[in-house]
Ligand binder design. Structure first.
Ligand code: G16
Ligand code: MG
Length: 213
């Protein structure tokens, strides 16, 4: 019996992936690190430091240097966030959120991003959610189930009562590990392990989600 929906942020409610990409690319160009759009695809849903580790691909770098690089990347990212507005909400997601809320479902955000609250504020949809869990909420990032389990606990639901919407492989894995229903958004190669898959955000049909699972 589904009582709530937990939304990933980047790639589900908004497309900040492009801003993450440009910020990493700028850092990579400055520091002569190998990076491109293809590598960026692997960073979907992955925490900031883990993203740098993927870019470094085993290259050893002192901890202080890594910290300075991730801080700098985040400064570039925050410059993009300053331009973020309501227009950046993906498709008809806001209307869909209002419908679910009206129907009595609990709504939450479960994002790996430490900037999630700022992003939601700029999108002007913070008030729609009963709770917002982000990269600061738990120690272990996706694919660990911790973030989603924490979110369910805060809104007072059992894992099996929650549906998670995710665009990242690591996020789908986290939802499944948490014992929740996973709805994947994107190509099957990426989110095919989910219970139900939609190609894009605009294809999501919540009536169908509720009847099919
Ligand atoms: C998002 C993005 C990731 C990003 C991560 C951390 O996760 O998909 O690419 O690396 O947040 O972001 P920050 O550097 O802002 O803490 P999600 O879970 O919302 O898709
Ligand atoms: Mg995502």
């Amino acid at each position: 019996n589904i009582k709530g929906f937990i939304f990933d942020l980047d790639g589900v409610l908004t497309d900040t992936a492009e801003f993450h990409y440009r910020s990493w690319q700028k850092l990579a160009d400055e520091e002569n690190l190998n990076f491109n759009r293809q590598i960026n695809e692997q960073l979907r849903g992955v925490s900031r430091m883990q993203s740098l580790e993927i870019i470094l691909a085993g290259q050893e770098v002192p901890t202080a240097q890594k910290k300075e690089w991730t801080d700098r990347k985040n400064e570039y990212y925050q410059e993009y966030l300053a331009e973020l507005t309501k227009k950046n909400i993906l498709d008809d997601m806001e209307a869909k959120l209002h419908q679910l809320k009206k129907a009595g479902y609990k709504l939450a955000v479960g994002s790996s991003s430490r900037n999630a609250k700022k992003v939601l504020k700029n999108l002007q949809i913070s008030d729609l959610f009963d709770t917002i869990s982000d990269g600061n909420s738990v120690e272990r990032a996706k694919p660990a189930p911790d973030l989603f389990l924490h979110t369910a606990e805060v809104i007072g639901l059992e894992p099996a009562e929650c549906v998670v919407l995710e665009d990242a492989e690591s996020g789908v894995e986290a939802a499944l590990a948490a014992g929740m229903i996973a709805v994947g958004i994107g190509p099957a190669e990426r989110v095919g392990k989910a219970h139900l898959v939609y190609t894009s955000v605009s294809d999501i049909d919540f009536e169908e989600v509720l009847t099919k699972i």
